[in-house]
Design a protein around this ligand. Structure first.
Ligand SMILES: [Zn+2]
Length: 112
């Protein structure tokens, strides 16, 4: 039988077996990540306005993605000076092309 509070080197246990303290810490970390994301979005909006940088149309909560100007795969950072807000559909259309390779702004037929 293991003493209560004994330190073990067992692999990570499923959440229900973890102590309350660890669960709270994990939850907090998750919240921090969300907060960072929300903070970044707020900062980008303050800088660029609530517009998609690809089509210049207003963004909505439902259709908004954070986009790397220089893709991470090409060494771009995740700092807000490398981030822009775009619609999901614009983001998809852009793909992994660079800004210089695009004909901007994208024009969407609003009836479609
Ligand atoms: Zn757009």
């Amino acid at each position: 039988m293991t003493e209560p509070g004994a330190v073990s080197n067992e692999p990570e246990k499923p959440e229900e077996e973890l102590s309350e303290e660890i669960i709270i810490k994990r939850r907090k970390r998750r919240q921090d990540r969300r907060l960072t994301q929300a903070t970044k979005v707020a900062k980008i909006k303050a800088r660029d306005g609530n517009e998609c940088y690809l089509c210049n149309m207003p963004l909505t909560e439902e259709d908004m993605t954070m986009e790397h100007l220089i893709p991470k795969s090409k060494g771009g950072s995740s700092r807000i000076d490398n981030l822009k807000l775009a619609h999901g559909r614009c983001n998809v259309l852009k793909g992994d092309r660079l800004i210089e390779e695009l004909e901007l702004p994208f024009v969407w037929d609003e009836d479609s």
